[in-house]
Design a binder for this molecule. Structure first.
Ligand SMILES: O=C(O)[C@H](O)[C@H](O)[C@@H](O)CO
Ligand SMILES: [Mg+2]
Length: 390
């Protein structure tokens, strides 16, 4: 079997979107004085879909959501020529070709995301060519079904957040991730608002339900050290990305305080990136995203590294490309899950592009043994809501 063609298309949403809510999530831009609402830099309404076709007509589908137009340019210009004409079963060789050919400028960030998208499509081909789901090629079924946590609870009016939590508690979710809206730039008022929001959600979900707290790199080390003791009484399962991804020593210092487990990884890349996080004990939960970190070829290796360090893997953002990794290893106990909502930030946009994503039932997800590859196809229902850039 040989790879015949690589097609990368950018799906740019032009449909209805929920207008930006101020302070819906603290983020790295909060610390940079800006006249515009800092969250405006943090809405992504396009997605790149990669389709790789083989000489015997199998089409594998990959995807990338980080800087989709740049990712497409990297795929078209640099990665496609490296894999066309090659055997997709030589996936490690192909991965190394892409990684090393772009290493001088691409070992972190959008190039690794572009490599991930090509790698996902290759693994989709492998599964389809032997009529097996991808997780069966990685380690098989390690769980009857995948526990997942409800992920949204953007910071808004506290009553609205409580109603949202109640609605999904009633749907059987046993774990929730909420977003802080405030950070160092919002002074003591922000500290109080952050604590009020956690109090409000705990009031609804109680303490026999997991609660995770998301900062999305919006704090700094000094602020996080002040907040951890104040948050401890709410018994969060983890505090996510308190500082920017490059501040690995900051992560390690916070994690070593042993007050609340620190999680991160959605903005880290490659096996080496996670070796560094684990060697420094920077995180207690690893959260790579398989469509960023280097695809399935890289994520599978990182799963083994995490197993050796006894650090759980709970990939960022859910979606099929992560569920196969969670299903195939005991090192990954659960998945993140973004339910279907109107298009807002972009975390939910994949629902409008792909068919095949599993719907959570009672806080669990299921992958089928009889669906080959990654199990996704391109949805036709919303195609008219997208501008598609070839
Ligand atoms: O962990 C996450 O889900 C991410 O940080 C989200 O993509 C981001 O939107 C913060 O809500
Ligand atoms: Mg996150």
């Amino acid at each position: 079997m040989k790879i015949k063609s690589v097609r990368a298309r950018v799906f740019q949403w032009k449909g209805k979107t929920v207008p930006p809510q101020g302070n819906f999530c603290s983020n790295a831009m909060d610390l940079v004085y800006s006249k515009t609402e800092s969250m405006s830099t943090f809405r992504f309404h396009s997605w790149t879909v990669v389709e790789i076709e083989t000489d015997d007509g199998i089409v594998g589908i990959g995807n990338v959501a980080l800087a989709p137009k740049i990712a497409k340019a990297i795929i078209d210009e640099y990665l496609a020529p490296l894999v066309v004409g090659q055997d997709p079963w030589d996936y490690e060789y192909l991965w190394q070709r892409m990684y090393r050919a772009t290493h001088a400028w691409g070992r972190k960030g959008v190039t690794m995301a572009a490599i991930s998208a090509v790698d996902l499509a290759i693994w989709d081909i492998l599964g389809k060519s032997v009529n097996k789901p991808v997780f069966k090629l990685l380690g098989g079924r390690t769980k009857e079904k995948i526990p997942c946590y409800y992920s949204k609870l953007y910071r808004t009016d506290l009553k609205e957040m409580q109603d949202e939590a109640q609605k999904f508690l009633d749907q059987g979710f046993k774990a929730f991730k909420m977003r802080f809206g405030y950070g160092p730039a919002h002074l003591q008022h922000g500290v109080q608002e952050n604590l009020k929001s956690v109090e409000a959600i705990r009031e609804v979900i109680g303490y026999d339900t997991d609660l995770m707290l998301e900062c999305y790199m919006g704090w700094n080390l000094e602020y996080a050290k002040r907040m951890l003791p104040k948050l401890a009484k709410y018994e969060p399962r983890w505090l996510e990305e308190p500082v920017i991804a490059d501040d690995i020593d900051g992560y390690a210092e916070l994690n070593a305080m042993n007050i609340i487990p620190i999680s991160g990884g959605e903005h880290e890349f490659s096996l080496y990136g996670f070796k560094q996080l684990l060697d420094k004990k920077a995180v207690s939960v690893v959260q790579y995203d398989t469509n960023r970190v280097g695809g399935i070829t890289a994520a599978h290796k990182i799963n083994a590294l995490c197993e050796a360090h006894s650090v759980p893997v709970i990939p960022h953002a859910g979606q099929m490309h992560n569920y196969h990794l969670t299903m195939s290893t005991l090192a990954s106990p659960m998945a993140e899950y973004f339910p279907i909502f109107d298009v807002e930030v972009g975390n939910e946009l994949f629902w409008y592009i792909f068919d095949g994503e599993p719907i959570a039932e009672n806080g669990f997800l299921q992958l089928r043994d009889d669906v080959p590859g990654l199990g996704l196809s391109i949805k036709t229902e919303y195609l008219d809501q997208f501008d598609i850039i070839e």
